[in-house]
Design a protein around this ligand. Structure first.
Ligand code: C2E
Ligand code: CA
Ligand code: CA
Length: 397
């Protein structure tokens, strides 16, 4: 019954101000007038035709209708189930919900002025024009808007720091490189995890300047090592999100930043996490361009979610990073151990190096060495170091 069409004759009323919210309607044919009754008569709000939606406001904020609607000619309407609309809204970004709510409140306020305040309503009926129940908007949405603004300011003020987590070459027992991990020292909240703010930055294009900031810091650290006489530089891997790769000038920008700092491109490694949003052809082209420039490329978090073996043969990664989850379980579960062993062989056959992430115990490192995994990263090897500590580790060795 919910989606049966409704036919109206000219002049017939679809709903009236004060009616409870039930369904929204899609105009399939004809023309519908939406209006409010003001102190000086009817105020027309809109004339809606085929393809227009109406009655959705009351459904979205669950408040009584604040306007009336009637057919201007023969009309056909399709009711849209309230739950169907609300489900989409519940899935939407909280900021989008907050924007919608604020617009709805303002619109209802304006309608209240046009149609007279509830006290002077000619019917004497109490009609609340404020939404009775917000559309699931909560303090979290406002927090998110605030955090995003603060992140923008933090970037401008240089409050985003880069930490360097060492990678051990297991066979030679030396630190071969680092992974650059961004940190935000929030003035009141303290350190904010990148797990929280990177996702936020990825939702907007803010990740693009944040990413260039990280490259600039890394290039400057490499240049500092060189200035202190280090010839054989460690590599430094920089995490790059899918949104950053969409920038047509991404690699040009990285090259410009490295050149400006005086850092060799050969010491830069780009870390990409495979995700549904990545375009295979684009990544293949990016890897080829990075190689032509002398950079290397790593596939991050291998074995989680979207890692697709079908893609591996087309993407010539230099390094594959095995997700922490495998290392965590490999000693307790023989089947996980067998998978790590098989991945080590697979990655070796593709001429890439394997990095095991999240190595926390000597027993894990031993097991990885026995399997033939080349690099290890994790608390056992070292926690992320600030720039001064990283330079000291390199220059002292
Ligand atoms: P990721 O690339 O997988 O980075 C590894 C994360 O695991 C880091 O967390 C690191 O501190 C943590 N970790 C390293 N060793 C161990 C260990 O032994 N045990 C445990 N339990 N954890 C370990 P972090 O720094 O919080 O970074 C989280 C994620 O944020 C990173 O995951 C990466 O996806 C993203 N990220 C960090 N920096 C950047 C950046 O500059 N740009 C972009 N686009 N993403 C970044
Ligand atoms: Ca990474
Ligand atoms: Ca990782």
């Amino acid at each position: 019954m919910a989606n049966a069409r409704i036919e109206l004759k000219p002049g017939e009323i679809l709903f009236e101000a004060g009616d409870p919210p039930s369904t929204a309607f899609l105009v399939e044919a004809g023309e519908v007038l939406v209006y409010v009754r003001g102190p000086d008569g009817i105020v027309e709000l809109a004339r809606l035709g085929r393809g227009d939606l109406l009655g959705e406001m009351a459904v979205l904020d669950r408040a009584p209708r604040t306007a009336s609607a009637r057919a201007l000619c023969d009309c056909v309407l399709m009711p849209i189930d309230a739950a169907q609309l609300r489900e989409r809204l519940d899935d939407a970004d909280p900021i989008v919900r907050a924007l919608l709510r604020s617009q709805l409140q303002r619109y209802r306020g304006a309608l209240g002025v046009l149609g007279g305040s509830p006290e002077t309503d000619p019917d004497g009926a109490q009609r609340s024009i404020a939404p009775t129940s917000p559309i699931g908007v909560d303090a979290a949405a406002i927090d998110k808007i605030r955090l995003e603004t603060q992140l923008r300011e933090a970037l401008a003020r240089g409050e985003l720091e880069v930490r360097y987590q060492p990678l051990l070459e297991i066979g030679s027992a030396r630190i071969a490189g680092y992974e650059a991990l961004v940190r935000w020292q929030h003035p009141t909240r303290g350190p904010v995890s990148p797990a929280e703010f990177i996702r936020l930055a990825e939702e907007t294009s803010l990740i693009v300047p944040v990413g260039y900031h990280v490259f600039r810091q890394v290039a400057s650290s490499l240049a500092a090592l060189r200035a202190h006489g280090r010839q054989a530089l460690p590599f430094i891997a920089v995490n790059v999100s899918a949104r950053q790769l969409e920038e047509a000038r991404f690699l040009d920008e990285v090259v410009a930043l490295a050149e400006a700092a005086g850092a060799p491109l050969s010491a830069l490694k780009i870390e990409i996490t495979e995700s549904l949003t990545l375009d295979l052809d684009r990544v293949a082209a990016l890897i080829a361009q990075a190689h032509a420039l002398g950079m290397t490329v790593a596939l991050d978090d291998f074995g989680t979610g979207f890692s697709n073996l079908g893609h591996l043969h087309r993407l010539h990664f230099d390094t594959v990073k095995l997700d922490q989850g495998f290392v965590r379980q490999m000693l307790e579960h023989p089947r996980v151990h067998a998978i790590v062993q098989a991945i080590t062989r697979l990655v070796g056959a593709l001429d890439a190096d394997l990095v095991a992430e999240g190595v926390e115990t000597a027993a894990q490192l031993e097991a990885l060495a026995a399997i033939g995994c080349r690099y290890a990263q994790g608390w056992l090897v070292g926690k992320p170091l600030d720039r001064a500590a990283m330079l000291a580790q390199q220059l002292g060795s």
